[in-house]
Design a protein around this ligand. Structure first.
Ligand code: NAD
Length: 425
């Protein structure tokens, strides 16, 4: 088995190498039998599908999609669907593995999965996006169900995409199955608070970190946020509401910077109106690389993986990094940041608010009984803070960084489920 994995290694791209390197680091502290360690390295199932989509002009075009179930020892697998030209099987494998650890860390009864389609959704009309989504969803039918695997939104997908998946699955079954996806619109069984959940959870972790390190005045804390999508924009908005000074935000085209703080509600209005950050008054333009090195207290990478690397980590000036994105920091960058004394709140903890409220949505759908937003946020705060405190305690007990501590906790939980269930047959 080890040989088989090593033979494949040459074809792995960055995200999966990162996920495996982090795993190898964490298991040194997990004290587990070798066979269980080996078992958890592998994705359980990998699915690749090539399918046709009719374009508006009548042409037929082929697309490729994936879905990977990493580990299902703790329950049905859970994870987002990504529409991006950068999607590869390796990226999906990495993201599925991180979902396993994330769900285990926050102690919700799920395994990890991820999926994606190689497509730039901005190049499709609404009709083309709907046809692509419905065809991909129907190809996924043998792999997904409320008891087996529950997709959710990720980069390039949104509540409307989830609605089409829910409808396609429901039409196939012959009855409505809201619990098949989370992150749906509220009028068809979505949860209050799901849209804001990931960004809000990021900021809950940021606030705890700052308090732990003696920063009690939000107005004196400067925050830079990379990525202005679901996670980045909601994180910036919530932090702004709490009184923190958001000095920079960015999207794929670049960012804007004002050392005295941006008015985030106005930035959001500008972004809605013009579809870009560029041109926002009272701010200087910065590139994404410049944003990562700005003078600030907290850096929130909330765009995509592989942003902080051995090439730019030394330039980071922030004292704290709270990872909104999955896998934004490579292991080499982790070493540089740890040496510099930067405190990193890792992705599987910091961005777990999304899957926690997705779990609430699934529970509400299964019970057909819906909660109010305040209750959702109270429960989110309870669960994410339990995971935060447990991770901090593990980091202090074992004298390790927060990422390794989070992974050790998660890996031990999954291993415990595997050992209790036993190896089949
Ligand atoms: P999104 O598509 O809503 O937004 C992504 C943002 O990143 C956009 O502003 C985009 O312009 C920007 N971006 C894309 N490529 C970039 C690049 N190369 N450099 C700088 N900016 C870039 O996606 P999202 O849902 O906000 O997800 C962002 C990250 O958070 C991803 O890593 C995702 O896996 C992770 N995440 C999302 C959720 C969720 O609930 N949406 C939950 C957990 C983790």
């Amino acid at each position: 088995m080890v040989v088989a994995l090593q033979m494949q290694k040459h074809e792995f791209l960055d995200a999966y190498q990162t996920a495996l390197a982090q795993y190898d680091r964490a298991i040194r502290y997990a004290n587990l039998p070798d066979d269980v360690v080996e078992y958890m390295r592998y994705p359980r199932r990998e699915f690749t599908v090539n399918f046709p989509v009719r374009r508006d002009d009548g042409r037929m075009e082929m697309f490729t999609g994936y879905r990977v179930h990493h580990n299902t020892s703790m329950g049905p697998s859970k994870g987002g669907l990504r529409y991006s030209m950068d999607v590869t099987l390796d990226e999906v494998r990495a993201l599925a593995m991180w979902m396993t650890w994330k769900c285990a860390l926050v102690n919700i009864p799920y395994g990890g999965a991820k999926g994606g389609v190689v497509v730039d959704p901005k190049t499709l009309s609404m009709g083309e996006l709907e046809r692509l989504t419905r065809r991909y969803a129907s190809e996924l039918v043998p792999l997904i169900s409320p008891k087996m695997d529950i997709p959710a939104p990720d980069m390039g997908t949104n509540p409307q995409v989830m609605a089409w998946i829910m409808d396609t699955y429901s039409m196939t079954m012959g009855y409505s199955v809201p619990a098949i996806v989370t992150g749906k619109p509220i009028n068809i069984g979505g949860s209050e608070g799901r849209t804001e959940a990931t960004g809000r959870g990021v900021i809950m972790c940021m606030v705890s970190t700052l308090k732990h390190h003696g920063y009690h005045d939000p107005a004196a804390v400067k925050v830079a946020v990379q990525g202005f999508g679901n996670v980045g924009a909601n994180a910036a908005a919530y932090a702004h509401d709490l009184g923190y000074k958001i000095v920079a935000v960015s999207d794929v085209e670049g960012g804007i910077y004002n050392p005295n703080g941006l008015n985030i509600p106005q930035v959001l209005n500008h972004y809605k109106k013009y579809g870009q950050l560029a041109g926002y008054p009272e701010a200087d333009a910065v590139t994404n690389n410049e944003l990562l090195a700005l003078p600030c207290d907290v850096l929130v990478p909330a765009a995509m993986e592989g942003q902080l690397t051995q090439h730019n980590a030394a330039a980071v000036q922030a004292r704290f990094i709270v990872e909104g994105a999955n896998g934004p920091t490579t292991p080499e960058a982790d070493d540089i940041l740890n040496d510099k004394g930067v405190f990193v709140v890792p992705d599987i903890l910091a961005n777990s608010g999304g899957v926690i409220v997705s779990y609430f949505e699934w529970v509400q759908d299964l019970q057909a009984f819906f909660w109010g937003k305040d209750y959702v946020f109270d429960q989110l705060n309870r669960i994410i803070m339990q995971a935060y405190d447990r991770t901090l305690q593990t980091a202090e007990d074992l004298r390790i960084d927060m990422r390794t501590a989070a992974q050790v906790t998660a890996i031990q939980r999954v291993a415990s489920a595997i050992l209790t269930r036993g190896f089949y047959p």
